[in-house]
Design a binder for this molecule. Sequence first.
Ligand code: THU
Length: 140
Amino acid sequence: MGGEMTLSPQQEEQLVRAAREVRRNAYAPYSHFQVGAAVMGEDGRIYTGCNVENAVYGATLCAERVAVGQAVAAGQRRLVAAAVVADSRTPTTPCGTCRQVLSEFGGDMVVIVDNGQRRWRFTLGQLLPEAFSKEQLSGK
Ligand code: THU
């Protein structure tokens, strides 16, 4: 795993703003909990996603995984940062499954969570210590 990357204040602002904007498209008629996420590739490009709920509740897609899918579909597999925006009492942190999915494409990424009042910064390693990764899939 490489060294951690530091986001400039401008990049951080850009990423959080992108997450806040895409949150407006969240499809959350069941939970009424709208989430926006944005991930940044190593080239500085930003990919966004919102949560997409379903009448079969378990088929719901989290905002973070939609954003990762957008990045990968565009050919970007090296992510350096993610931002999550929701209107929760304390900033919304990614769920366990999303932490795992984020780690596939940047185990050392910075994760910023913001609820409009407070902003917390983590590394993914703090949120998902000792993550399972492809290195452990030895012997195929
Ligand atoms: N959700 C996300 O999209 N990301 C998170 O980090 C937390 C949860 C969504 C899933 C569901 O649509 C709603 O929020 C309530 O769990």
